[in-house]
Design a protein around this ligand. Structure first.
Ligand code: MG
Length: 292
């Protein structure tokens, strides 16, 4: 975990001691500027990796490219050495989870093959703030079944993000994800959740991908969330491999993952993990729908 010696870091550290892990840290305008910067950087890494995925490419190559991009931009790969209580440190800059692997997969030298899907999860820390994002990418041509799984996972992410508005509740996010995923009969992973994010990758609150409207914590301006639905073609149940990290589906059926870091603003959700081009495209899309 990044050592944080700034005043803001001290205050959030003291808040955690006084109020425990439940304290949700609202970000200042200055904090949000830094969250935007790191969000855009990690989005660039994500899109670079998306373009690299092809049959024959290895996840070690993807990992090396991601780590180089993060370091060249002056950021720290947040996942390397990440060590939750009782765990062994995570050894890679990205999580590479192929097919039945849900999350936290290790990169390796096995070439990706046509028809696989690969989930890539990544985070970096820039000027003390973390950006976290994930996507599932088809390797070459994949079955319609897998295309739909990926598409619906992304739609669930969009619907979850749409709920990130002041006055709403964290349960609204899970409700929106669950409601859409269940239309397709997918297993919603419950063992892992989204989370608050800021100076630390994992801050309060936990953001499950299921739930009831109007339940859990109240959403307020300045909160930053990592929303990350994980959907399985089969059972929602998972198990962890002997490497102590890699999570796979219990029935070995494929799984997809999509994640954005989002800030709650007065105007609604602001997706921080978009590239400059994606932000521009979104703005013109919103402009068109406002004009219509
Ligand atoms: Mg995350």
């Amino acid at each position: 975990m990044l050592r944080d010696s700034t005043i803001g870091g001290l205050i959030s550290g003291i808040s955690r001691v006084l109020f425990g892990k439940k304290m949700i840290i609202a970000k200042s305008q200055k904090d949000l500027e830094k969250m935007r910067a790191v969000g855009e950087l990690i989005a660039d890494v994500r899109e670079t990796l998306r373009a690299m995925v092809a049959p024959g490419v290895t996840t070690l190559e993807l990992n090396a490219a991601a780590e180089k991009m993060m370091r060249d931009a002056g950021s720290i790969p947040t996942f390397i050495g990440y060590k939750p209580h009782g765990m062994v440190p995570f050894p890679f800059a990205i999580c590479s989870s192929v097919n039945e692997q849900v999350v936290h997969g290790f990169s390796n030298d096995v070439p990706l093959k046509e028809g696989d899907i690969v989930s890539l999860d990544m985070a970096c820390t820039l000027e003390g703030f973390v950006g976290d994002t994930a996507m599932t990418v088809p390797v070459g041509n994949v079955s319609d079944e897998l295309k739909q799984l990926i598409r619906v996972t992304e739609e669930c992410l969009e619907r979850g993000i749409e709920q990130c508005r002041p006055g709403g509740h964290v349960g609204d996010i899970g409700w929106a994800v669950q409601e859409h995923a269940e239309k397709f009969g997918y297993g919603i992973v419950r063992d892992y959740t989204g989370h608050g994010i800021g100076r630390r990758m994992h801050e309060a609150p936990q953001i499950p991908n299921y739930g009831r409207r109007g339940t859990r914590e109240r959403i307020r301006t300045g909160y930053c969330f990592a929303i990350e639905p994980m959907l399985n073609l089969g059972t929602a149940e998972t198990r962890t491999l002997e490497d102590k990290w890699t999570v796979v589906t219990l029935d070995n059926k494929p799984s997809a993952h999509a994640e954005h870091t989002v800030a709650v603003t007065q105007e609604g959700p602001e997706i921080l993990t978009l590239t400059k081009e994606q932000k521009k495209a979104l703005r013109s899309e919103q402009g068109e729908s406002a004009a219509a």
